[in-house]
Ligand binder design. Sequence first.
Ligand SMILES: [Zn+2]
Ligand SMILES: [Zn+2]
Length: 421
Amino acid sequence: MHDTLVELRRDLHRHPEPAWREFYTTARIVDELETRTVDELHVGPEVLGEDRTAVPDEAELDEWYDRAREAGARADLLDRLRGGNTGAVAVLRRGEGPTVGLRVDIDGLPITESDADDHRPAAEGFRSANEGYMHACGHDAHAAIGVGVLDAVAESDFSGTLKVFFQPGEEMVAGGRSMAEGGHLDDVDSLLAVHVGLDHPTGEVVAGIGGFLAVSQFRADFTGEAAHAGGHPERGRNAVQAMAAAVQNLYAIPRHADGATRVNAGRVGGGTASNIVPEEAFVDAEVRGETTELMEYVDDRARRVVDHAAAMHDCEVAVTQVGRAPSGESDEELVAVVADAAEVTDGVDTVTRRDELGGSEDATYLMNKVQENGGLAAYVCVGTDHPGGHHTPTFDVDEASLSIGVDVLATAVEEIGRRRP
Ligand SMILES: [Zn+2]
Ligand SMILES: [Zn+2]
């Protein structure tokens, strides 16, 4: 099994695709699963809610679609993913018992992969074939682990239903909400989500990650009116001024007594020339909070800042939500099951009960939904030695952690089947 998973992981590593463009990735996963003992396979629009954010334009989608086809993805599967409806849910039905979910994310990042000799994917021929894009967070490993867990649970004494959610668009904080609303999560009693690495070495398992920062990412497009900057500046309405006023005042939002918040105006642009009053400008910004309420506090004020910065310079502004995710916590009952499973797994030498993520993750949409329905959720970290940090050109996973992840999760799934009616 290990060799099959390594082969799959390396193939996915060669074809990294960002949010809603995971055409090759989804087709490859589904193609792989069709040869296995899976009872149901739901693909693309069948697994997503209607309301998606951060979907690229048609030309961009077409480019990635064609690229996937040229890379050898099956045409009949690609056809089902049209419009960037990527992702899949695989279901294994094994009699009476609870419905257990496992969420793995499958997207890559816009970063150029290292071609250094000591970077293993480069040295061993599975470096990214999509120049400028890379699996720099280990989601290729997650997809392989998802397939491996289906295999392992199919061969176990598990009683119940297992659903594996292959989720697109995590890095844009865009796929989680859509997948949570896709319908397949509604009957899930216990949900596990998994991430490799996160600065934990091979052999360590963290049974319950918490401390997810809730996040809201948005783009504000300011529109003014062009005019001759020398001849008639009074006739112009300056969109760059509006944008700049917004950026300054986003950082002026007061902190909050209840906990940590974050603000970042990460990317700006606007105008066309030094002698033209700029007609258009934009800012890509995000806010975060230790809790969902704290994020909403900053988010509400950020929207007000943007609106009034536009008004101050007689401009219009349109705000588009890009990514969004609530905060989340792992449930103790499930954390205990995972910790026990890790204790008896070969290759695990350290079981850490809890740790904080300190970043954001849209698995929280799925976790919160299951918890709101009365179920349990846990976010598990499977340690892996990674030479470079996450989101850097030299990131790589230690493939030994694939089997460890599969074993820990499959054992936990089997145990959940025993425990919860
Ligand atoms: Zn990441
Ligand atoms: Zn990640």
